[in-house]
Every structure is written in C-alpha cells, then in structure tokens.
Design a protein around this ligand. Structure first.
Ligand SMILES: NC(=O)c1ccc[n+]([C@@H]2O[C@H](COP(=O)([O-])OP(=O)(O)OC[C@H]3O[C@@H](n4cnc5c(N)ncnc54)[C@H](O)[C@@H]3O)[C@@H](O)[C@H]2O)c1
Length: 252
C-alpha cells in the first residue's frame, strides 16, 4: 500500500499556519488536491499560492470559523462544489489555553478553548461524515494533543477539550468503520508553531529541552507526515487510535 494520494481531495482546517500548513503542503506533495480552510484569510491564501507555485498541485482557500456550524457546512459545500469530493479531512484548527492555572481560568478562556478545540472538531466531523457516508468512504484525522492523553498542569481547560477530541475520535471510529470511514487522532507534544510560542513565550526553549527524551520540539512537518500516513491506504487497518507524536514524552 502506498501513500500516493493522486485523485484524492484533502481538507485541512487551520491550514494557514503551523501543523495545518505543513500538513496541507504534505498532502499536496503526495499528489492530493488540497482545501486550505482557516479563519485567517491572508495566511490561508499564502499557503494555497505556495502549493500551486512550488508543489504544482491543485489547492483552494476557504475562510471558515469552525465554532460556527453554518460556516463549517458552507466550507464543505464550497469544497465539494470545486473538487467534487472530500476524501480526507484533518480537523486541526485550534487555540492555546491562556490560563496560568485552572483555578484562575476565566469563563472567556473556557468558552474560547472549548468552542474552537472541541466543538469545532465536532462541527467539522458532522459535516464531513454527512458527505463521506454518502460516498461510502473517507478518512478523518483529528488533532488532539499529548494533553488529550495525560494531565498537564496549567493546561486543564485545553486538556479537557483535547481529551474530548480523543473521545469523539474513538466513538466515531467504532461507529463508522464498517461504513468505510476510518477515523483517528494525532496527539503531538511540543511543536514549533505560533500557538506554542503564544502559550509558553520565553520559557519555550528551556521547556523543550527537558520535555521529552529527544530534548527538542517537533517541527510541524513531523506531525504532517503522520497525518498523511493515517489518511492513506498504507494505514488501512488503523482505526480509532490516538497516536502520540511527542518524542517519547508520554512513554516516561
Ligand atoms: N503546537 C503544539 O505544540 C501543539 C501540540 C499539540 C497539539 N496541537 C494542536 O495542533 C493544532 C494546530 O496548532 P498549531 O500549533 O499549528 O497552531 P497555529 O496557531 O500555528 O495554527 C492554528 C490555526 O488555526 C486557525 N484557527 C484558529 N481558530 C480558528 C477557527 N475558529 N476557525 C478556523 N481556523 C481557526 C488559526 O488561524 C491558525 O491558522 C491545534 O489544534 C493545537 O491544539 C499543537
């Protein structure tokens, strides 16, 4: 089984930056047509241009707010109208927890983190499943986190959302496997992106050196490769996993 995705169409939410950007490019390098969906139009359009000019693959940008179910449905409609189908979806759009500690976490922080990181994934899965169930095939990967597998201090709200993403992934994976749709999650550790820099600021490099046995952050491309593999036929028997990609951090 190979990872040639020619003739297939991939959707990446949060595709304008970080892990989503790297995954959109990786899908394109494996010959898929790519829908880059993001709230930030400037960044999303830049990724589409890069794919068209440097990878020579087909791509389109759709502005979406994953917290809004109607916006997500419109995203799916536009994508299918342009490319005919969505075969693979990476539900990746996310925001960091802004709380220093759970007991001082605000309602605003809870609402923002839950609505983007958990409810947003649910909205996307619903719209993707509506489409994939008619097609009778598809692959979905949700971006959870190491914080979706273990407790991480000062990441309580984010961790609750990401544990929720793992729960949604496993339940849906079991429910829809027999109908041709494979659903999995990735659980990255520290990845060198804008989100991580916003979350940890000046502490980041020191944190990365001790976070895992490799003593460094991942590059977004190291997560992207796993997502492309999970969506490809090379992972045809992989269903309902929450795959740690964290340099061994959760193995400790
Ligand atoms: N960076 C890490 O260390 C790390 C680790 C584990 C998991 N993750 C998860 O990976 C995902 C991507 O994170 P990243 O580090 O690449 O972040 P990033 O900030 O580089 O990219 C996130 C993207 O999501 C988009 N986005 C935010 N809210 C949105 C919304 N409501 N609708 C549509 N798009 C929206 C942003 O515009 C941005 O382009 C997130 O779900 C994050 O929780 C990141």
């Amino acid at each position: 089984m190979d990872r040639n995705l020619a003739g297939k169409v991939a959707l990446v939410t949060g595709g304008g930056s970080g892990i989503g950007r790297a995954t959109a490019i990786a899908f394109a390098r494996n010959a898929a047509a790519v829908v880059v969906a993001d709230a930030d139009a400037a960044r999303g359009v830049e990724v589409v241009k890069l794919i068209e000019t440097q990878v020579d693959a087909r791509a389109m940008f759709i502005q979406v707010d994953v917290t809004d179910a109607e916006s997500v449905k419109a995203m799916m409609r536009s994508a299918v109208e342009r490319f005919g189908a969505i075969d693979m979806a990476f539900n990746n759009a996310g925001v960091p927890d802004r709380a220093a500690s759970l007991h001082v976490s605000t309602q605003e922080n809870w609402d923002r983190v839950m609505s983007v990181n958990l409810e947003g994934v649910w909205h996307c899965m619903k719209a993707e499943l509506d489409h994939m169930l008619i097609a009778g095939k598809g692959a979905i990967v949700n971006n959870a986190s190491r914080s979706g597998l273990v407790g991480v201090p000062s990441d309580g709200v984010y961790g609750a959302a990401k544990h929720g993403v793992v729960g949604l992934t496993k339940a849906a994976a079991i429910e829809f496997a027999a109908r041709g749709i494979r659903i999995n999650a990735v659980c990255p550790g520290l990845v060198d992106t804008a989100l991580t820099r916003e979350r940890f600021g000046d502490e980041l490099l020191a944190r990365a050196q001790t976070a895992n046995p490799l003593g460094r952050m991942a590059q977004p491309e190291e997560i992207a490769d796993a997502v492309v593999w999970l969506c490809s036929d090379a992972a045809s028997f992989v269903v309902g996993v929450a795959l740690p990609i964290d340099g061994g951090q959760t193995a400790r």
